[in-house]
Design a binder for this molecule. Structure first.
Ligand code: GLU
Length: 297
């Protein structure tokens, strides 16, 4: 059976803001293992839409580091910076159906409006867009574009994660109409990821747990664009001594791609396999992953 016949396409989608580190290797490895365990395709997509954070050359370093860990994509990597026309097309389609609208609010405007309504976010929480520009700009200059969320009447959008189980988020109350194109012209991650997952035929998204909170937004956007929803599996995060998610900055220092880092990443994924070489480790890890995560029909 060919990979396509198996009906599985997975991907690893790093933002090239710096080299890979032990946390991002866990997500890369999990997505690769799941693709191999299903006999599917594994793609790499470089998410370089945020030009304020992209570091020149980081893309090549990441691809090289992945190869040093035995992870070779089945197709040449896709670069989001080359996909503006597709994102524009998606935005145009949404605007035409009045599912997206221009917004004139700066962050300060949003916070002022939330303060006026007594709805300032609690510490560590995102500001929920109060809908100021939903019914028009009233002569103000447009800055960004937002998705017009469908009326959910306070009902949660529900989805199932293969590892975390049932998930639910009331987008209207917890997020609000979110940005699709930023004021600086950059395409928002949420739009780019949804357009590209669909364009690449991705059936299974396997990525770090920090992105679980974006999934309901992505499903809402898939529905607005008439695109299919993939299956999701969010992997454990690598934390520092104080329990915070390892950032690229902190994690990169001691990271040496190769057998040792692969073994460590496998341990984070709960796979205690041994091996003398990267290839041996990966082969055993695919078998262990299959047993744990692949449902035999
Ligand atoms: N580019 C995102 C990141 O590096 C990941 C996107 C995804 O896997 O959906 O955090």
């Amino acid at each position: 059976m060919t990979a396509r016949a198996a009906g599985y396409i997975g991907r690893f989608a790093p933002s090239p803001t710096g080299p890979l580190h032990s946390g991002s290797l866990v997500a890369a490895l999990a997505s690769w293992l799941d693709a191999r365990a299903h006999g599917g395709l594994w793609l790499v997509r470089l998410e370089d839409v945020d030009f304020t954070r992209t570091r020149p050359g980081a893309d090549r370093i990441i691809v090289q580091q992945l190869a040093q860990c035995g992870l070779q994509p089945d197709q040449p990597p896709l670069y989001q910076s080359q996909r503006s026309a597709q994102y524009q097309q998606a935005l145009d389609a949404l605007v035409q159906r009045q599912q997206a609208y221009p917004c004139a609010c700066s962050r300060a405007d949003i916070l002022a409006e939330l303060a006026r309504k007594g709805r300032l976010p609690a510490r560590g929480h995102e500001a929920v867009y109060p809908g100021t520009c939903r019914s028009g700009l009233r002569g103000r200059t447009p800055r960004s574009w937002r998705l017009r969320l469908p009326e959910d009447g306070g009902r949660p959008l529900r989805w199932t994660d293969r590892r975390l189980g049932e998930q639910a988020q009331v987008l209207s109350q917890e997020v609000g109409d979110f940005v699709l194109r930023r004021a600086d012209g950059a395409w928002a991650y949420q739009l780019a990821v949804v357009v590209d997952d669909a364009a690449q035929g991705v059936t299974d998204v396997v990525r770090g747990e920090d992105l679980a909170s974006s999934t309901a937004r992505q499903i809402a956007l898939q529905r607005a664009l008439g695109l299919p929803t993939p299956r999701y599996l969010h992997t454990p995060l690598v934390c520092d001594a104080s329990g915070r998610k390892l950032s690229k900055h902190e994690g990169a220092g001691a990271f040496v791609p190769g057998r040792h880092s692969v073994q460590q990443a496998l341990a984070v994924l709960g796979l205690q396999v041994q091996g003398q070489t990267v290839a041996e480790l990966l082969q055993r890890a695919v078998a262990a992953w299959r047993q744990r995560w692949v449902r035999v029909p």
